[in-house]
Design a protein around this ligand. Structure first.
Ligand code: SAM
Length: 335
């Protein structure tokens, strides 16, 4: 069954497929698959399984003789995928829970030393965003958790909000949220937690709404979006994982293999853009230096000077895709 970008996957659920599997609508799926060009018999890796939409498309393309390794940090994504692909994927699909920062080690543990296609579709899935118990969204009330892996021992958003000092909270909200009212929001958090601990998404949402003067509310997003983004990035060490994950992914590709990365905010996208740009350079010496001493050689060929964005059709059916950007590169033969 062909999978079309922007299509409502709830409409094409096959018999036996759990309805939950259709809840996350993959973004930029058509250009991703067109650019990765996974083929019959190949090995593909989906570093961000989520609801399994990209994994399904990869399985479809690598056919009966290929293999797909699908990884997610979130154990619930793995459990859902077990149900979704039970009886259809068989041994062609390997599911692994883990951080894509270690994608090379995870693959090696499954006997995969090189991949033909590799995809990272960053951020959170609708399955995570729409579950109030996960605390990712200000739209429904829930605990301020935000951990992608709730079995891990790391800090929750609540722990962080209740323990960091005001200066660190300001820096976090300003840097990872790109929020101009960071100072005022951090001050309000510190004032609030003296009264009662920060505990729920509703509490944080209301606090941000009360702190940012209404005339400065952004037009296209909720005023709490940037603060929630900053917390989520920190709780999950997202940029650190991405930095390591990109290098590990590049090293795992076989020559001619392709990497596709979909990002959802400017911090992610500039990190991806810079990492791919550096890997595509033949020399990293300062331009004023007369000859090269760095021995750096290009390992990638960039396919996308400008990121691919969702088209009007996809935006119409999936407004959540509006900030998505896809960048693609191909691994070069070692020189
Ligand atoms: C946007 S969703 C992916 C959606 C998926 N492509 C689909 O078609 O349904 C992002 C997923 O990546 C996972 N994720 C985010 N950061 C991760 C990381 N560092 N390592 C592994 N998984 C990660 C999240 O838990 C989430 O399930």
């Amino acid at each position: 069954m062909p999978i079309v970008a922007g299509m409502d996957r709830s409409a094409d659920a096959t018999p036996g497929e759990p309805p939950e599997a259709s809840l996350h609508r993959p973004v930029l799926l058509t250009p991703l698959i067109q650019n990765l060009q996974p083929r019959e018999g190949q090995v593909a890796i989906d570093g961000t399984l989520g609801g399994g939409g990209v994994t399904a498309a990869l399985l479809d393309r690598v056919g009966a003789t290929g293999r797909v390794l699908a990884i997610d940090r979130d154990p619930t994504a793995i459990a859902r995928a077990r149900l979704r692909f039970a009886g259809t994927a068989g041994e062609r699909l390997i599911l692994a829970q883990g951080d894509f920062a270690e994608i090379d080690h995870i693959a090696a543990g499954q006997g995969i030393v090189a991949a033909d296609s590799l995809c990272l579709d960053l951020g959170t899935s609708s399955l995570q965003l729409d579950d109030p118990a996960r605390g990712f969204s200000f739209r429904q009330d829930g605990p301020l958790d935000m951990r992608m892996d709730q079995t891990a021992s790391g800090e929750t958003a609540a722990t962080l909000l209740n323990s960091w000092d005001e200066a660190d909270l300001t820096a976090l909200i300003r840097t990872y949220g790109e929020e101009r009212f960071a100072t005022a929001i951090a001050r309000a958090v510190v004032r609030e937690r003296r009264r009662r601990p920060m505990a729920t998404t509703q509490q944080l949402r209301e606090l941000v709404e009360q702190t940012i003067p209404r005339r400065f509310w952004p037009k296209r997003i909720h005023p709490a979006t940037r603060t929630f983004q900053a917390l989520r990035i920190e709780v999950n060490h997202e940029l650190e994982s991405l930095r390591h994950g990109l290098q590990a992914a590049i090293s795992l590709l076989r020559p001619g293999g392709r990497l596709g990365v979909i990002s959802f905010h400017s911090l992610e996208d500039s990190l991806v853009k810079n990492a791919l740009h550096v890997a595509a350079q033949n020399c990293l010496c300062p331009p004023q230096q007369p000859f090269c001493t760095c021995a750096h050689r290009a390992s990638l060929l960039l396919f996308t000077r400008r990121a691919i964005r969702p088209d009007a059709e996809e935006l119409a059916v999936n407004p959540r895709s509006r900030s998505a950007r896809l960048r693609v590169a191909e691994k070069l033969e070692p020189r």
